[in-house]
Write a protein that binds this ligand. Structure first.
Ligand code: F6P
Length: 323
């Protein structure tokens, strides 16, 4: 049956969101549905900022980072008044289902809509790679590659000047991005919010490394641990080193999506529409056991992504010869 689908992107933008919007739009049109793009996430729902989507509306976006629909962390949507207006707007526009592309906060918003009688589907997207219910979130792979690329450049300088390079990476409360980036970059030290930090041990390790003949080191700090600047200061206080700090910041969220993110965005976007056509609503489109899967909201909490401690140990052994 022909459906009227609204698609929005919400929360921190993530490379691969455009691929998902494109896939929802084009798969929806392929099935004879009407598709509306909502500008600026839940703010757009409240303001009735709807854009009729045609095949051409999503032309030339798959290669672009960010999101063509723009995004927001809507404060209004959290208010009773804003939420009521959002629900009313969706009803007034005869929307059958809202596809929300975003992270945990965005999924919470979608679930709230579902509880209010509006059908929703969530496509997971955040560079943090830490959403309940899914092994993969759009944007993670691109951000990872961006970090590796940046650290490779910083390493040239760290090596040339025998310096310690402290790199602060995003991830909010999660260390997934820092761990995988640290492993991929060969970082000597990786600091994760999920693990206890021992500053004395860390500094002793850097000194040992130096004595072994390695005069430069990469220290990867997840932002959930604290600021890279503070870590650098602690190292400077306890050792002879003068670490240099780089906060990668929004650099990690931007840029052309990797092939992985575009493929996942395309597959998840199409899967969302296939679900709608089969009447499977109020669920997360996830990656589980490497496959695209549908997880009803009620079961999302059953799977919590966790940092893989064996990878943490591996990174340490490979970089320093020590656990
Ligand atoms: O969730 C994605 C993320 O980039 C986090 O890694 C970071 O902590 C946060 O968003 C930054 O939020 P804002 O977009 O408000 O700067």
């Amino acid at each position: 049956m022909k459906q009227k689908i609204a698609v929005l992107t919400s929360g921190g933008d993530a490379p691969g969101m455009n691929a998902a919007v494109r896939a929802v739009t084009r798969t929806g049109l392929f099935h004879g549905c009407e598709v509306l793009g909502v500008m600026r996430g839940y703010d757009g729902v409240i303001n009735g900022d709807f854009l009729p989507m045609q095949l051409g509306s999503v032309a030339g976006i798959i290669n672009r980072g960010g999101t063509m629909l723009k995004s927001a962390r809507s404060e209004m949507f959290r208010t009773e008044e804003g939420f009521a207006k959002a629900v009313q707007n969706l009803k007034n526009n005869d929307i059958d289902v809202v596809v929300v592309v975003g992270g945990d906060g965005s999924m919470a918003g979608a679930r709230k809509l579902t509880a209010a009688g509006i059908s929703t589907i969530v496509i997971p997207a955040t560079i943090d790679g830490d959403m309940a219910g899914t092994e993969y979130t759009l944007g993670f792979d691109t951000a990872l590659n961006t970090i590796v690329d940046a650290v490779n450049k910083i390493r040239d300088t760290a090596f040339s000047h025998d310096r310690i390079a402290v790199i602060e990476v995003m991830g909010r409360h999660s260390g997934q991005l820092a761990l995988m980036a640290g492993l991929a970059c060969g970082a000597e030290v990786i600091l994760l919010p999920e693990m206890q930090m021992n500053m004395d041990e860390l500094c002793e390790g850097l000194v040992r490394s130096c004595k072994r003949g390695k005069a430069y080191s990469i220290v990867m700090v997840a932002e959930g641990v604290g600021r890279g600047r503070d870590i650098a200061e602690l190292i400077a206080q306890r050792t002879e080193f003068s670490p240099h700090v780089t906060v990668l910041g929004y650099l990690q969220r931007g840029g052309a999506p990797s092939a992985v993110d575009n493929i996942m965005g395309s597959r998840m976007g199409a899967a969302a529409v296939e679900n709608i056509m089969q009447g499977k609503l109020n669920c997360l489109i996830a990656q589980r056991h490497g496959e695209i899967a549908t997880v009803p909201y009620a079961l999302v909490q059953d799977y919590q992504p966790q940092v893989d401690y064996s990878l943490y140990e591996l990174a340490s052994i490979l970089a320093t010869g020590e656990k």
